[in-house]
Design a protein. Structure first.
Length: 337
């Protein structure tokens, strides 16, 4: 669905000259200020996002993640590299093609909501369709559907100032969904919300994704949020990807100390599955009715191991793949220390 190849974004008066200077260096310098008066925000990044996948990019402030997501629809113009959506180069698009891409195929949800304060909720949600040229009756009907989908039915005639932060973000999400895009881009959409509202919005996004299966790129600085939402996660530092993998791969096999620092406090029982930590079946093993699915998270298996010290069979499609016991579980959880 989306492929990004050797992408660079350099801020400064002569970014192309700075790029040439950086690429010609042989000392492997990797600071953000490799060329006087310039900042390298995105450095030679490549990745692919599959259709229906939620790809999370996380990193600390200044790592380049927000600049990266803005480059994907050319809200920020890349210095070099290419972005391809369904085989078409975004970087080669002219202004008309780029407008069509943003109107029909790609929607973005921002951190600061971006709502029009003088428009009611219904008109805010319908705004993208209005820009596209959709007739009034059709766009308002579609907006009402999206408002109900995000749980705001009954609030159509209210203004943004009359809504809580979480409700405003739901309006922003409904507006992005109203145009039925192929790709959703999220730039730290929940970071300004209170913790409880933030969790509610994460759950809401998971619910919507289960129903709609949109292709998404989600930016966050919160590793717990990345683990919860992402099918795959890229950890970014100084404009580069340090490691890319599933939540389980990052937790079990951190590439270096930087990644290890992120996953130190990860809720391993919520991330790891029975299949991730199971041991081979011993000779003559019998399940004795104690069975767990291979995809079950450890937090759901714990109660079985608390009830009895007998091992639990890990199964998929009726086949026993391995076993879990208390010792295996404790070792897996203790690795977070």
């Amino acid at each position: 669905m989306l492929a990004c190849t050797n992408l660079w974004k350099i801020f400064g008066p002569t970014p192309e000259r700075a790029l040439g200077a950086v690429q010609s260096r042989s000392d492997g310098a990797n600071s953000k200020l490799d060329f006087a008066g310039h900042v390298i925000a995105v450095r030679n990044v490549s990745f692919e996002v599959k259709a229906g996948e939620t790809f999370v990019v996380m990193g600390l402030s200044g790592s380049g993640k927000s600049t990266l997501v803005r480059c994907l629809s050319r809200l920020a113009e890349p210095t070099a590299g290419d972005i391809v959506i369904d085989g078409k180069s975004v970087c080669a698009m002219n202004e008309r093609e780029l407008r069509e891409l943003r109107r029909h195929r790609v929607s973005m949800v921002f951190q600061n909501f971006g709502l029009l304060p003088h428009r009611r909720v219904l008109d805010n949600v319908a705004y993208g369709l209005e820009v596209r040229g959709t007739g009034k009756a059709e766009r308002l009907a579609r907006a009402e559907q999206m408002i109900e989908l995000v749980g705001l039915k009954g609030w159509e005639q209210h203004y943004p100032r009359q809504l809580s932060g979480g409700m405003q973000q739901r309006v922003g999400l409904a507006r992005a969904l109203a145009v039925d895009p192929d790709i959703l881009l999220f730039d730290e959409p929940f970071s300004a919300l209170d913790p409880l509202i933030r969790r509610e919005m994460q759950d809401e996004l998971l619910r919507l994704q289960a129903n709609l299966r949109k292709t998404s790129v989600f930016i966050t600085h919160d590793f717990a949020e990345a683990l919860k939402l992402g099918d795959r996660i890229a950890i970014m530092r100084d404009g580069q990807f340090v490691q890319v993998g599933t939540p389980q791969e990052l937790v079990l096999n951190p590439k270096n100390d930087y990644v290890r620092a992120f996953i130190k406090d990860a809720p391993r029982a919520k991330v790891l599955t029975a299949a991730d930590i199971m041991a081979p079946c011993p000779s003559g093993f019998s399940a004795k009715g104690r069975v767990t699915p291979a995809t079950a998270h450890l937090e759901t298996v714990m109660s079985m191991l608390v009830e009895s010290d007998e091992p639990v069979a890990v199964q998929a499609e009726g086949l026993t793949l391995g076993v879990l016991d208390r010792a295996i579980m404790i070792r897996a959880l203790a690795d977070s220390a």
